[in-house]
Write a protein that binds this ligand. Structure first.
Ligand SMILES: Cc1cc2nc3c(=O)[nH]c(=O)nc-3n(C[C@H](O)[C@H](O)[C@H](O)COP(=O)(O)O)c2cc1C
Length: 204
């Protein structure tokens, strides 16, 4: 994030880089794009090949249905794209969902695609990087990789349901996770149900 001498954010950009990788839950990425549209935030999308596979297995969406929701779509192998440079200002980057493979590549800095290069750039520029890592169970290597990323400044934000929000559908459950992840960029998306303290009689 760029700051002026007083520590305030300088001309904050209204664009977010969005990576969608091949973990289960491609719908999280779809809803991130929808949310950014709602919020008037420019989205810069990069999608892995495995994500197109999960898209075909988990939804009835075509690749065009997905990319049509983004403001700008970048090719996975285009390491010369704007988002590959730290000089391209953004609010940061979200990877939704984030596969173990993509997470591990980001952690090493050995970035072979535009998605992981863009994430590396966001880290080096000290901008927020939010990884909605989805795998279960985790082995020790996964946990160590997440620790390393947290130490580098990334936020590990697995899309876990918030039952206190009483979701009535999978869509509401997904939107709650997406909205809470966008909170990490200071973006307030209307569908988020916020905790407002305990209600009703509480038995001891
Ligand atoms: C239907 C489906 C679901 C998958 N779910 C996950 C998952 O939840 N987490 C994960 O790390 N990998 C998952 N994978 C495996 C990844 O797609 C695979 O490791 C791939 O190489 C990831 O590549 P990417 O990081 O470039 O997207 C899944 C694959 C398929 C086909």
């Amino acid at each position: 994030m760029d700051h002026d001498v007083n520590g305030a954010v300088r001309n904050p950009p209204t664009r977010l880089v969005v990576g969608i990788s091949g973990a289960s839950g491609v719908t999280y990425g779809i809803r991130v794009l929808d949310a950014l549209q709602d919020l008037g935030v420019e989205s810069h999308l990069v999608v892995t090949r495995a994500a197109l596979l999960t898209l075909s297995q988990e939804t009835d969406f075509s690749a065009d249905d997905l990319t049509g929701r983004a403001s700008v779509v970048h090719k996975l192998n285009d390491v010369g794209a704007s988002i590959a440079s730290g000089s391209f200002r953004s609010l940061g980057m979200i990877v939704a969902p984030c596969s173990v493979r993509t997470m591990s590549e980001i952690a090493t800095g050995v970035t072979s695609t535009l998605l992981t290069r863009a994430a590396d750039v966001v880290l080096k520029e000290r901008r927020p990087l939010v990884l909605m890592v989805r795998e279960t169970p985790f082995h020790l290597g996964h946990l160590r990789t997440m620790t390393a990323l947290a130490e580098m400044g990334a936020t590990i934000a697995p899309p876990l349901p918030a039952f206190y929000a009483r979701p009535a559908s999978i869509e509401e459950m997904v939107d709650q996770s997406v909205g809470r992840a966008l909170d990490l960029f200071g973006l307030d998306w209307a569908p988020v149900k916020r905790w407002d303290g305990l209600k009703g009689p509480i038995s001891e």
